[in-house]
Design a protein around this ligand. Structure first.
Ligand SMILES: C[S@@+](CC[C@H](N)C(=O)[O-])C[C@H]1O[C@@H](n2cnc3c(N)ncnc32)[C@H](O)[C@@H]1O
Length: 505
């Protein structure tokens, strides 16, 4: 039971130097009774203790704290380990329960004003991270004595950043457990910062987030409060246009060459970085997609990767499922780069003619008919409902009886606990389960364990007026395109697979 009726008047007196400032009457409303609060905190601590113990036992039984190596190697040519990078179902569940419980504990034990103040300045962690990633501090540390660390004076010389400023930046990150200060002024990687070492695709993904996305995000309030822009679904009316000062979509802007100082034109460096970042994001978030869908049942079927970029997902699938064949489609400016990436990363697939590359605009009718899979990874979330319906409707005529469309995108869930006895979200009138409900006292969507899903949702809003969707929203898009959702495959990560089939209308 909520208790909204206990106003407590509190005279806040603030002390600054030796002067006392009364800032007046502050009204504090208790939203939750003492009993509700204590029982919620006890339940969260219990869940945290139980789930972290499960995690420890899983590490001990496997003799390692990660499923496999966390380092992939020097560049896009290096391949992730062939072993699984996906945690067991039990470990995955224990992880998200413990993180969700930590969110509840933080909410209840932290000073609320201090927590909000911290939230408003968390961008400094992102800024600090951007600087160290740009300066390749993790790589520099990796080359040296990992126990002793590297003195800040030396890191300063290697990066060109003033010593005391670099130390403050690194300590900001050490404070949130990224890097570690092993002794006074000596810094080393911890397991988190070490994931950056020699992994160009992952670094490109993190730099994209912490630079271009960050800069556009600064314009989000301006666009959200603009009475006209707030109502627009156009890809040309987003904070990205305000940030770049150009009336071009993210895709067109990236592909437009830039004018160099000598007047010559050159491709924007961001174009390469973006494509590399998609490979890095795929490696970080993709593996559950490859294991939690029955790809092997497709035999030697064909996957048409619609808007497939340079084919990052197909490379990973091709390595795991040697029977599958691939057609990667994208815009001309992107697809022309794909063969060289495959040549470096997985030439065998080219030699065996398991992959072809085609320029194709996904708003026009799909030319490849009757393929087993039309794959849409990170596509729907780029577009408005109207445009998604155009993309799906352009695929529908190509579907044969054995074809399916796989939407590989996040599936969003609400935060409140619905009144249901089942352990999964379900929409009214739908037979399709929409994902696991977290147990009490966690938020239904596991709270902070899945906060990156919400960051990505706002990222889509910021850069291209796109959105992450709930399963109900996918069902509605499917219906309007003459398709139906047959299953939501809940994968062990933030991206799931929503399977659509032909529906007679
Ligand atoms: C977010 S990326 C995803 C790339 C890829 N599916 C992956 O998961 O790595 C979106 C892709 O859509 C492509 N795209 C945008 N508009 C397109 C269009 N009209 N036709 C085909 N591809 C398009 C972009 O070039 C980009 O490669």
């Amino acid at each position: 039971m909520k208790c909204f009726d206990i106003p407590v008047a509190d005279l806040a007196v603030y002390k600054c130097s030796s002067v006392k400032y009364s800032i007046g009457i502050v009204s504090v409303l208790m939203q939750e009774s003492l009993q509700e609060r204590t029982s919620r905190l006890r339940a969260a601590v219990k869940l945290l203790a139980e789930s972290t113990e499960e995690i420890i036992q899983a590490w001990e039984s496997e003799h390692k704290p990660y499923p496999v190596d966390i380092h992939f190697g020097a560049d896009v040519t290096s391949q992730p380990s062939t072993g699984s990078t996906v945690p067991s179902h039990e470990l995955y569940e224990a992880r998200r329960r413990s993180l969700g419980a930590m969110g509840v504990v933080t909410e209840l034990v932290h000073d609320p004003r201090m927590r909000l103040a911290e939230m408003t300045m968390e961008f400094y962690e992102s800024r600090a991270f951007h600087i160290v990633a740009e300066a390749r501090v993790a790589d520099l540390l990796d080359e040296r004595d990992k126990q002793k660390g590297v003195h800040i004076s030396e890191l300063s010389k290697l990066t060109g950043v003033k010593e005391q400023k670099l130390a403050r930046i690194l300590r900001t990150l050490c404070t949130v457990h990224v890097f570690r200060e092993v002794s006074d002024g000596y810094f080393a990687n911890n397991d988190t910062s070490a994931t950056l070492v020699n992994d160009e695709p992952f670094r490109a993904f993190l730099l994209l987030n912490s630079q271009e996305v960050y800069e556009a995000s600064a314009k989000l309030p301006e666009v959200i409060f603009d009475p006209l822009k707030t109502n627009s679904e156009s890809v040309l009316v987003t904070p990205f246009q305000v940030a770049t000062g150009k009336n071009l979509s993210l895709w067109d802007w990236m592909e437009q060459p830039e004018v160099l100082e000598d007047g010559t034109l050159a491709p924007k460096p961001l174009l390469d970085r973006f494509m590399l970042a998609m490979v890095g994001a795929g490696r970080a978030q993709g593996p559950p997609l490859y294991e939690d869908y029955p790809w092997s049942q497709l035999g030697n079927g064909t996957i048409v990767d619609v808007g497939g970029g340079v084919g990052g997902m197909c490379i990973d699938l091709a390595k795991r499922y040697p029977q599958l064949k691939f057609i990667v489609q994208d815009r001309e400016g992107v697809i022309t780069n794909a063969p060289s990436i495959w040549q470096r990363d997985f030439p065998q697939a080219l030699e065996e003619k398991r992959v072809v590359f085609r320029q194709h605009d996904f708003f026009t009718e799909q030319p490849v008919k009757n393929a087993e899979v039309y794959n849409l990874r990170y596509i729907m979330h780029d577009w408005s409902d109207e445009e998604c319906i155009r993309i799906l409707s352009s695929l529908r005529p190509a579907l044969g009886p054995n074809s399916r469309i796989l939407i590989c995108d996040q599936v969003m869930n609400k935060t409140y606990q619905p009144n249901t006895n089942s352990g999964s979200f379900n929409a009214e009138g739908s037979n399709v389960p929409h994902g696991t409900l977290a147990p009490y006292p966690l938020l239904a969507n596991y709270g902070i364990a899945h906060r990156f899903k919400h960051f990505r949702d706002l990222n889509m809003l910021t850069t291209i007026n796109g959105r992450e969707r709930t399963a109900e929203e996918f069902e509605s898009l499917a219906k309007k395109s003459g398709l139906e959702v047959v299953k939501v495959w809940e994968c062990r990560g933030i991206v799931w697979i929503t399977e659509l089939r032909f529906c007679k209308i």
